[in-house]
Design a binder for this molecule. Structure first.
Ligand SMILES: Nc1ncnc2c1ncn2[C@@H]1O[C@H](COP(=O)(O)OP(=O)(O)O)[C@@H](O)[C@H]1O
Ligand SMILES: [Mg+2]
Length: 354
């Protein structure tokens, strides 16, 4: 099922929760709706499901306008953060419930429940009640129950937020597997950029109800359209060095002399900019460095070594260095800048120059 969202807007009084959002979600894919808390992810999902009426705009399923259809007529399965299983029913009864509503004969219900239990790996627990299941198991049951309606679309709103960190990583891989096997068009809402990046075919990043960018996770990471996108994706977060253009160079705050950075040569004097550098965007000890830093700290992250560096008097950054590089706190470290992972933005508007 292909989902098309056209100029979707949702207004709550004076708050515009979703603002003129247009997206096409391809059939059979897993799409992440990503963004900080309050950016309109749940509101968008709830308009897709029909739980919330739209203020304006349209939702199309395979080209058919479903904007006015109630949730039960849209062929969707829903999973929320709090699993919302029926506490007095066993896992099997929970999974069977939507099929009972659809008046599917008992034998077929039980067969389908057994199939779904296999798919989500909960077969041994079918006779347990929710209170006797772990968080991850409950969430698997919730997914099986959502799939029991044979939905054309699966909508998941922060389904892993209540799980601990290790289980969250396991379950996101499980959701990916279940989605691949069932091939259902899935919309996955999360505020966690790593979670979105690790499972989605396509990521839609929202801010204040407005779509910022829509691409693969790699596309967002490597080619952000603005500062917000660059800053939202990546661990550690992208380094932000503030400065101003001066004579075609960048005068970084607190750094003694202007630094050469070719793309700056076309920009007007006094323009406030942010030189944004990913931790892997540096060339430590370059022959012709862009600037020189002072090592403050060096940490080992297992396979990588990370250093915290002072850039002049007032700014700092973090960067990856090869494990064999012989530097320690107090040393001066000249840095070159790579083409990849280095961007220049307007400091206020976030507009990207390079
Ligand atoms: N029922 C509602 N009434 C009024 N404002 C709401 C309602 N639901 C959401 N909002 C507001 O709309 C914005 C988007 O909310 P939401 O879609 O829940 O964000 P997210 O899921 O990305 O955290 C927020 O500013 C929120 O306060
Ligand atoms: Mg939400």
């Amino acid at each position: 099922m292909q989902i098309t969202i056209e100029h979707l807007t949702k207004q709550f009084g004076n708050t515009t929760a979703v603002n003129d959002l247009s997206i096409t979600l391809e059939s059979g894919k897993l799409i992440a709706l990503l963004g900080p808390s309050g950016c309109g992810k749940s509101t968008t999902l709830n308009m897709l499901s029909g739980i919330l009426p739209v203020t304006s705009g349209r939702v199309l399923f395979d080209g058919k306008d479903v904007t006015a259809l109630p949730p039960e007529k849209r062929g969707i399965g829903l999973v929320f953060q709090n699993y919302a299983l029926y506490p007095h029913m066993t896992a099997r009864q929970n999974i069977c419930f939507p099929m009972e509503i659809k008046k599917i004969p008992k034998k077929q219900r039980l067969e389908r429940a057994a199939e779904l239990a296999e798919l989500v790996h909960i077969t041994p627990y079918l006779d347990r009640k929710p209170a006797e299941l772990s968080g991850g198991q409950q969430q698997r049951v919730a997914i099986a129950r959502a799939l029991a309606k044979d939905p054309q679309v699966l909508l998941l709103d922060e389904p892993l937020s209540n799980l601990d960190a290790k289980l969250r990583v396991e379950m996101r891989e499980e959701i990916r597997r279940i989605q691949r096997e069932s091939k259902i068009t899935t919309v996955f809402v999360t505020h966690d950029q790593e979670e979105a990046s690790s499972i989605a075919d396509q990521v839609v990043l929202l801010r204040d109800g407005i779509k910022q960018q829509e691409d693969t996770a790699r596309g967002l990471y490597e080619n952000p359209v603005n500062f917000f996108v660059a800053d939202f994706l990546g661990t550690p977060p992208i380094n932000k060095l503030h400065g101003k253009i001066a004579g075609g160079k960048i005068r970084l705050e607190g750094y003694p002399e202007p630094i050469s950075f070719a793309p700056a040569s076309a920009l007007a004097d006094d323009l406030p900019v942010v030189l944004a550098v990913r931790a892997e965007g540096i060339v430590p000890g370059a022959q012709s460095p862009a600037f020189t830093t002072k090592v403050l700290e060096r940490y080992s992250l297992g396979k990588d070594e990370l250093v915290r560096l002072a850039v002049g008097e007032t700014q700092q950054m973090r960067g990856f260095v090869p494990a064999e590089l012989d530097i320690q706190a107090g040393d001066m470290l000249p840095l070159g800048l790579k083409n990849r992972g280095v961007f220049l933005f307007h400091a206020e508007t976030g507009e990207r120059y390079i």
